[in-house]
Ligand binder design. Structure first.
Ligand SMILES: Nc1ncnc2c1ncn2[C@@H]1O[C@H](COP(=O)(O)OP(=O)(O)O)[C@@H](O)[C@H]1O
Ligand SMILES: [Mg+2]
Length: 239
């Protein structure tokens, strides 16, 4: 089976800040993300990793170059069209997971479904429960997220990212605030969900162990991808 490129960007340029603090954050970044693959982006703080992730996730617009989702170039779409594609096709996980802390785990996972507005309340509740079961939190559906551990909260964030069954998941240092065991567990879970669902995962990480088991590693420096390595061979694993 030949791999299908789902999300790609070409010659992305992005400037951030004003006047003398203006930064050339991305300098001609191109890459392709195929379904069924896991990509890691590594590089020093400030090299442009988050900026790239925001552009790929349609949360920000480039000053030059283009992002293509499916087979559609998105550069000139109005905000509401970008928002619709984002809600339908992309799941996000951030280092600080931004859960609503007074909401239950189940309610947090329902938030993206409410935004898309396609399911009834019962359907949303059932889907959220299924997703939380899949991340091993089926017994904590009703627990307010502030009463969950850090690892559990990040698993809620993973379930939330999958709420609308996106084809691609973008994760910005998703395990950055977890200890080693919980980091590996969260990553392995993501990796499994991506493989089972033929999704793509694009992950910013400082964790070399995690980067080393991704299919592709992109090294960034000063707003550019300076090297891309593929990891061929057997299925990625920590063993
Ligand atoms: N809102 C902003 N205003 C001005 N400069 C910014 C802004 N956001 C990021 N930057 C700058 O852009 C560069 C890239 O930032 P970022 O993409 O967050 O890097 P990374 O995620 O690799 O640490 C850095 O020099 C950062 O200081
Ligand atoms: Mg960052």
């Amino acid at each position: 089976m030949s791999a299908v490129t789902y999300l790609s960007c070409r010659d992305l340029e992005r400037y951030l800040g004003e006047d003398e603090s203006r930064v050339h954050a991305l300098r001609g970044v191109s890459l392709e993300i195929e379904l069924g693959t896991v990509h890691a982006v590594v590089g020093p703080s400030g090299c442009g990793k988050s900026t790239l992730l925001y552009l790929l996730g349609l949360l920000d617009q480039p000053d030059g170059g283009s992002v293509t989702l499916g087979s559609e170039a998105l550069s000139h779409l109005p905000d509401h069209e970008l928002a619709r594609r984002r809600n339908e096709s992309i799941g996000f996980i951030f280092q600080f997971h931004f859960l609503m802390e007074d909401f239950s785990a189940q309610e947090n996972v329902m938030i993206p479904m409410r935004r898309l507005g396609r399911l009834s309340l019962e359907e949303m509740e059932e889907r959220a429960a299924d997703l939380l079961n899949a991340v091993d939190l089926g017994d904590k559906l009703q627990r307010p997220s502030r009463h969950l551990s850090g690892g559990e909260q990040q698993r809620v964030a993973i379930a939330r990212a999958l709420a609308n069954d996106p084809r691609v998941i973008l994760a910005d240092e998703p395990t950055g605030n977890l200890d080693t065991r919980n980091s590996q567990r969260a990553f392995e879970l993501l990796q499994r969900l991506v493989q089972e669902g033929n999704k793509a995962l694009f992950l910013v990480t400082h964790n070399q162990l995690i980067a080393n088991v991704c299919d592709w590693i992109h090294e960034m420096q000063d707003g550019r991808i300076v090297a891309t390595h593929s990891r061929s061979g057997s299925r990625p694993s920590f063993q």
